[in-house]
Design a protein around this ligand. Structure first.
Ligand code: GUN
Ligand code: FE
Length: 363
């Protein structure tokens, strides 16, 4: 592409807790579409490049949404009277089942992709549904937006109604292999991400098979972890031989620096250690955590303990695709946690949360 300059009031995060402001600065976009630098005075080497002057407009890095569900787009803001497990079975599964229909997928995913494109998010990790063809449609539509995204065909082969459940671990794994093969090399900006829904939905063979796929194909992973006390107790019942919920993923070979685990509200100390050692990312989803009454994640504690953590909108647990709203929600939740005396550590600051939401190389 042709390099160019964007002029305006720049704001970005220099480090985990530091915002940098540069009024009326020159931002250079290089021939690969990357930012070559932001300068108060334009260096001579860039003189002569075309300039787009945005006057007093604010220019900031794009946001990375680490966790959201495209197949729940129509349900944003609905069903908030339920807690997670009831909400999934009463609202979410019937809605996601509709993505077996390709025309329906194209219509809804088209609206989702358009709203994402029009907003401030430039990168995202996205759950589709359990349907292979619908997931491919979502990838095709997202590719047209120019956004950088990772998209997952959901795996769920147990503890879900027949109308949405994959019939067996073998079927789940072979459908996932087929999806990976059929989409390989087709897209520039849209990639696959392995997506076991959460431990209650996936038989041990499914998790182990996905772990092998991750290793063989170097594909990233996303899932849910420690979102509600009811869910944590259920996992303890389903996996009595594992020391913890996080350990179930670890044993299947699913944790690592290319894995994103959503929520992580109730991590125990050994789980924190597993997350830290493996470099697994947490997607903090404050709106969803409040809407379906899951809880408030102790983010300050996780940051101080060296965990990797970013922000997610998690529609439709969350009610907005706007990552600026996720920043505000993360701040509100953190202040509330401090006031409730649950966390003695200081609450988060705006600079930190904007930094957390901004582009990360990895995603
Ligand atoms: N856990 C398993 N599936 C889901 C989902 O769709 N949304 C949320 N918030 N949590 C989940
Ligand atoms: Fe989620």
């Amino acid at each position: 592409m042709e390099p160019f300059i964007l002029r305006g009031n720049y704001i970005w995060s220099e480090g985990p807790a530091e915002l940098r402001l540069m009024p009326r600065a020159w931002g250079v976009c290089d021939d690969k579409g990357r930012c070559a630098g932001v300068f108060g005075v334009l260096p001579a080497e860039y003189a002569g490049l075309p300039v787009r002057d945005l006057g007093e407009a604010l220019i900031l890095p794009g946001y990375s949404d680490l966790h959201t569900h495209a197949a729940q787009y129509r349900h944003m803001g609905l069903g908030m009277d339920y807690e997670l497990i009831g909400w999934l079975s009463r609202l979410t599964y019937p809605e996601e089942a509709r993505f077996a229909d390709e025309d329906f997928s194209r219509r809804v995913y088209g609206r989702f992709a358009e709203e994402l494109r029009a907003g401030f998010t430039t990168r995202a990790c996205i759950f589709a549904s359990a349907h292979r063809r619908g997931t491919e449609v979502l990838m095709e539509l997202l590719e047209q937006t120019g956004l950088r995204t990772l998209v997952g065909k959901v795996n769920m082969d147990r503890n879900a109604p027949d109308y949405i459940r994959e019939p067996s671990p073998e079927a789940a794994l072979s459908d996932t292999e087929r999806w990976l093969s059929e989409t390989a090399g087709r897209f520039r900006n849209t990639g696959p991400i392995l997506t076991p829904r959460f431990v209650p939905s996936c038989a041990p063979e499914t998790l182990a098979g996905l772990g092998r796929m991750r290793k063989a194909r170097h594909v990233p992973v996303q899932s849910h972890l420690d979102e509600t006390p009811e869910e944590v107790a259920w996992v303890r019942e389903l996996c009595p031989d594992s020391p913890s919920y996080a350990a179930v993923y670890e044993e299947a070979g699913l944790l690592g620096p290319d894995t994103v685990m959503a929520h992580c509200i109730y991590l125990t100390e050994p789980e924190i250690e597993l997350m830290r050692e493996s470099g697994t990312f947490i997607a903090h989803c404050p709106a969803s955590n409040m809407n379906v009454r899951s809880g408030i994640a102790p983010v300050r504690k996780y940051i101080d303990m060296g965990l990797n953590i970013g922000l997610g909108t998690d529609i439709s647990g969350g009610h907005s695709l706007d990552m600026a709203q996720a920043v505000r929600d993360a701040l509100s939740a953190s202040r509330l946690l401090w006031r409730l005396g649950e966390e003695k550590l200081p609450h988060l600051t705006a600079a930190e949360e904007i930094g957390r939401a901004s582009c990360r190389e990895r995603v």
